[in-house]
Design a protein around this ligand. Structure first.
Ligand code: C2E
Ligand code: MG
Ligand code: MG
Ligand code: MG
Length: 281
């Protein structure tokens, strides 16, 4: 039951809303301890490259965070990343993700089958806008001794466009370290092409929303085709996320997109399973 209280103000007495708020607070409190209790882990989802007429080859992976909650089971990052961002918990969590990913690249460095793999890490806005973020990345690279080009940071349009001038400076500093930068979920935000041409990006990642109907919607097909052409014209690599069928992969190849990520190749899996995949695809 909602009761109006003055102009445009509504107060809720719905006990289920109260319960939901309580639940969110509890979840946030639990998240506060998730790192020390070692409840967080990374899954790895393959990224593949295909030349026309050739079988795709795995060239890297994206690290995707998971929270194994003691009573709730596996909590989706779509649920707990926003909580972490709202409470600054994203800073230690983000640092842990970066460190864990770089340690994994370090572990792969000695094996010729894995030494060239790249690993993409999602970076949230709060994390990226920390004044010492570049220094944090530099130190993590130094401690693990990995080749910086093997690390790819995924940023989103809202992260990048919040404060374009500062963001470009930070992006340039990261690229000076040798790290690569990808614009995640491309096409869902508000990037103007004016900004896009100024951003020092290595990769555009086409959002899965455009991929899922690429073979049935001529509008989505046209959008993807245009993004691929534009990315290449701006000297960027273009990767499609959410590729689930061979038909979608074929359409992407036709449009000139040679990098893919999605269930067609692999779900996000534990590192051991990812290593098994490397021997197969
Ligand atoms: P994202 O970075 O855009 O990641 C892609 C999401 O699509 C992942 O969801 C992945 O599991 C899912 N996906 C991959 N292939 C397919 C496919 O073929 N079909 C469909 N339907 N989905 C597919 P996930 O793992 O639940 O992650 C959700 C979001 O949470 C990520 O979106 C990212 O924004 C965020 N996230 C995940 N890990 C981290 C992290 O370590 N740090 C930060 N800041 N955010 C993270
Ligand atoms: Mg991502
Ligand atoms: Mg994405
Ligand atoms: Mg996405």
């Amino acid at each position: 039951v909602a009761k109006s209280q003055g102009r445009g103000k509504i107060q809720f007495y719905d006990p289920s809303i109260q319960a939901r708020l309580q639940d969110q607070l509890q979840l946030e409190e639990d998240l506060r301890h998730a790192l020390e209790r070692q409840e967080l882990h990374l899954l790895y989802q393959a990224q593949a490259r295909a030349e026309s007429g050739q079988a795709p080859r795995i060239v890297g992976a994206e690290a995707l965070l998971r929270w194994q909650h003691p009573t709730r089971g596996l909590v989706s990052p779509a649920v707990f990343i926003p909580l972490a961002e709202a409470s600054d918990l994203i800073l230690p969590i983000g640092a842990w993700v970066l460190q864990t990913a770089c340690r994994q690249l370090q572990a792969w460095a000695d094996d010729p089958r894995t030494t060239d793999l790249t690993l993409a890490v999602n970076v949230s806005a709060r994390q990226f806008l920390q004044p010492d973020f570049v220094e944090q990345v530099r130190q993590t690279l130094a401690h693990t001794g990995i080749h910086p080009r093997r690390l790819k940071l995924e940023l989103t349009e809202s992260t990048v466009l919040d404060n374009v001038q500062d963001t470009i400076a930070t992006m340039q500093a990261l690229r000076t370290l040798g790290v690569r930068l990808s614009l995640d979920d491309f096409g869902t935000g508000y990037s103007s092409l004016q900004y896009l041409k100024r951003l020092p990006l290595d990769q555009l990642k086409i959002d899965q929303a455009f991929i899922c109907e690429i073979t049935t919607s001529s509008a989505d097909a046209a959008i993807v085709k245009t993004i691929v052409a534009m990315g290449h014209a701006l000297d960027m690599q273009v990767i499609a996320e959410g590729v689930e069928t061979a038909e979608q992969q074929q359409a992407l190849l036709t449009y000139g997109c040679h990098y893919f990520q999605g269930y067609l190749f692999s779900r996000p899996v534990p590192v051991g399973d990812f290593e098994v995949l490397l021997g197969r695809v």
